[in-house]
Write a protein that binds this ligand. Structure first.
Ligand SMILES: [Zn+2]
Length: 354
């Protein structure tokens, strides 16, 4: 059910970026002359850069797929079944990666964009727009989370009540069996809403990650400097491998069918290559430093930072660490935090490059 809207929203993100880049081309002349200088230093070679970008598309597509599929195939390993301790650690590692993506990649990118010298002093340097938008986005994510949950819970409960009252008419007056049945319904409803929660989390998370993936691809695709692209290819491969493992861990616990898993894995893997291809196609009109591109990318990044930070802390980390399984074992908690720090640390290191 949530499949269509998430696709739709991410599609509109692409269109926004596209629109910004096209209109941005004409506005580069109005930006201050000193801004964005120092990015192009001697090393310029269009054909060499294009060759590297095509290699990058293939390499990033493959490494993203490996990353996102790795946690999903863990179901085949007996030690990684959902009730095992090792599974909890894989999930904690994935949550750490998502947390670092929000704090170390997306939020600083938004600051860079919205505090750029290419934007007018007023209003962009008079007010902290990045944190303001991120804050609002966190509250909206909470709203989406709570409204969606209460809507589905109410709908499920309504249909369940209808079914039990139908059943009642047949048994007619057997109060005890009805009571017992009602208890089972509550138990089943709890499990179903937990699964539903995981599914909402996986969908919204994919949406939050997609923005960053497209933007890093876009700026690589628009560059014609082989000296900066060459090290970036390897860095982005690791970047997507890591981020894929983070997302894969969350898709895993949503317990989707094979088809839906494949769609989500492919959608994630295709975003950075798509961004690179888009950047190649628009390389003569798109500029990283055009005011429109800076504002649109900066605000999108701020939105997705708020979303990722909220989700990582509330829906992933707090949900697991405050849950009964980890609360019952201090030892497992300690290992869990080690896994969180490993995931977050690795992804934080990646922020040095992209
Ligand atoms: Zn990044």
């Amino acid at each position: 059910m949530a499949k269509f809207p998430s696709k739709f929203i991410s599609l509109s993100f692409f269109i926004l970026i596209l629109a910004s880049s096209v209109t941005g081309g004409s506005e580069t002349t109005t930006s201050p002359p000193q801004c964005g200088s120092g990015t192009a230093r001697g090393c310029r070679n269009n054909s060499e850069a294009l060759k590297l970008k095509i290699i990058a598309i293939a390499a990033i597509l493959i490494t993203s797929m490996i990353g996102v599929c790795l946690p999903m195939f863990s179901r085949a390993v007996p030690a990684l079944q959902p009730d095992k301790d090792l599974f909890v650690l894989v999930k904690a590692f994935a949550s750490g990666v998502i947390l670092a993506t929000g704090y170390m990649h997306v939020l600083p990118d938004s600051f860079d964009c919205l505090r750029s010298d290419c934007l007018p002093e007023n209003p962009w340097k008079k007010f902290p727009f990045t944190t303001f938008v991120a804050m609002l986005s966190a509250v909206f994510t909470l709203m989406l989370d709570s409204y969606a949950m209460s809507y589905y819970r109410k709908r499920d409960l309504d249909s369940e009540v209808k079914r039990t009252s139908d059943g009642n008419a047949i048994v007619d007056g057997k109060l005890e069996s009805q009571h017992c049945h009602g208890f089972n319904v509550v138990k089943a409803d709890d499990n179903a809403s937990q699964l539903l929660r995981y599914r909402v989390v996986a969908q919204v998370l994919e949406l939050g990650i997609v923005v960053h993936s497209v933007v890093i691809g876009l700026s690589m695709g628009a560059s014609d400097n082989p000296c900066t692209i060459r090290p970036l290819v390897a860095a982005l491969c690791f970047h997507q491998l890591f981020e894929g493992m983070g997302l894969g861990g969350c898709i895993l616990q949503a317990e989707y069918g094979v088809r839906m898993k494949a769609v989500m894995a492919f959608f994630f893997s295709a975003t950075t290559p798509f961004g690179i291809a888009l950047g190649i196609g628009l390389s003569n009109v798109y500029s990283d430093n055009s005011p429109t591109a800076l504002i649109v990318v900066g605000l999108l990044n701020a939105c997705s930072a708020g979303l990722l930070n909220y989700m990582a802390l509330v829906d992933l980390l707090a949900a697991d660490f405050m849950g009964p399984k980890l609360q019952n074992s201090m030892r497992l908690q300690t290992w869990g935090y080690t896994a969180v720090l490993l995931g977050a640390g690795g992804m934080a290191l990646m922020a040095k490059w992209a």
